[in-house]
Design a protein around this ligand. Structure first.
Ligand SMILES: Nc1ncnc2c1ncn2[C@@H]1O[C@H](COP(=O)(O)OP(=O)(O)OP(=O)(O)O)[C@@H](O)[C@H]1O
Ligand SMILES: [Mg+2]
Length: 366
């Protein structure tokens, strides 16, 4: 069902021309093209502010072009209608694609894996496993949908220089997959500064189309901005630029029906967001834009993942580990496998008990 509606949508996108949009003639089309906006999709995911600057028009005009592009996508059924019944909305949510993280326990926390049409943020201290989860997703995304993958390639945006193809190769082999095809299906982009990252995000729609990616990883979203905008005076600017990128990412995830995973390093606890005076501002920007936020932390040999912010996941946590297979289940927990993709949730009271047990355990470990 999903595949059918997706392929219909793809046909519609190919047939659409930017001049099919109300109010856009050859002159505007040329201006848009010069600004790098070639397709109706490019325009639909643009931000009014950026667009007004790049085509030298008022913000209202730019916004009206974007709205018209989205309207055209709705009329051609690429985008959902503005109002849908809750029943249709539920139907649509049921047809979301989910990609396994490599750990059944972590998948359970996410009610079946990383979702398309959403932005998922993993945040935590250094060594908490953020990049390992990202590397594992590169392998699982290539797997067929029935096997918990997205049957697709991956765009990996590496801002920290920590992407390791050898690690992907190792994870693939350890999971019994031939690595060659998997490695070929990962488009890696090494990013050197915040402006470069913003530029890549701005043009991401094109890359998603070109590589036919259903998963985009940005590891990490904020480190470059954090390093470059450190003085108090520049913070507002930094937040605004981050905000712009995150909202663009959410629009891309929804419109292209892809999963976007971002990572964010924080020091020690989620309360001290960046371990510096910017914590509240930075925290808010990411907190509001990410659809799902998962806090990772080390616990001895293992990792604890907590669902911190989600419109529908229950507040809960789980444990997983990192092995040669990448993100993986802790051995004694493997019975969890049976509950993969289940949507049953633990009751609040038993959850509370588990949490207490966990705190106790941790206190013993620490
Ligand atoms: N091949 C492997 N086998 C087992 N564990 C591994 C392997 N490779 C990495 N790890 C584990 O993963 C940890 C590194 O995790 P990761 O790189 O994901 O951290 P991170 O959260 O991305 O940190 P940072 O914020 O510094 O980027 C290592 O300390 C190690 O415990
Ligand atoms: Mg990392």
């Amino acid at each position: 069902m999903e595949n059918e509606s997706q392929s219909n949508a793809n046909v519609a996108i190919i047939d659409l021309d930017i001049q099919d949009i109300e109010g856009i003639g050859p002159t505007t089309a040329k201006k848009l093209k010069d600004a790098g906006i070639i397709s109706v999709m490019d325009l639909a995911v643009a931000s009014a502010e950026e667009l007004s600057e790049s085509i030298n028009a008022t913000k209202e005009t730019a916004a009206s072009f974007i709205i018209s592009a989205q309207k055209l996508l709705r009329e051609t059924n690429v985008l959902d209608k503005e109002f849908v019944t809750a029943d249709d909305a539920l139907q649509k949510r049921r047809s979301l694609l989910r990609c396994s993280t490599g750990s059944y326990a972590l998948d359970d926390l996410l009610l079946g894996g990383i979702e398309t049409q959403a932005l998922t943020e993993f945040y935590g201290e250094f060594g908490s496993g953020k990049s390992q989860v990202c590397h594992t997703l590169c392998v699982t995304a290539k797997q067929p949908i029935e096997a918990g993958g997205l049957n697709s390639s991956v765009i990996y945006i590496d801002t920290e220089g920590t992407f390791r193809p050898e690690r992907v190769e190792q994870i693939a082999r350890a999971r019994g997959f031939e690595p060659t095809e998997i490695l070929k299906s990962i488009a890696v982009c090494k990013v050197y500064n915040s402006s470069h990252l913003e530029l890549i995000v701005k043009d991401l729609g094109k890359y998603i189309d070109d590589f036919k990616a259903k998963l985009v990883v940005i590891d990490s979203i904020i480190s470059l901005h954090r390093a470059e905008f450190s003085g108090r005076g520049t913070l507002a600017d930094r937040q605004q630029r981050l905000n712009g990128m995150l909202h663009k990412l959410i629009r891309l995830a929804e419109i292209y029906n892809i999963a976007i995973v971002i990572t964010n390093q924080v020091q020690s606890s989620p309360d001290t967001f960046f371990g510096d005076p910017t914590k509240a501002t930075g925290g808010n920007v990411l907190g509001h834009a990410s659809t799902y936020r998962i806090y990772l932390r080390k616990s001895g040999e293992n990792r604890i993942a907590k669902m911190m912010d989600s419109p529908y996941h229950p507040y809960s946590d789980t444990r997983f580990t990192v092995t040669e297979k990448g993100a993986d289940d802790i051995e004694e927990q493997t019975p969890k496998k049976g509950s993969k993709r289940s949507t049953t949730t633990t009751s609040a009271s038993s959850k509370k008990k588990e949490e207490d047990d966990e705190e106790e355990e941790e206190a013993q470990q620490d």
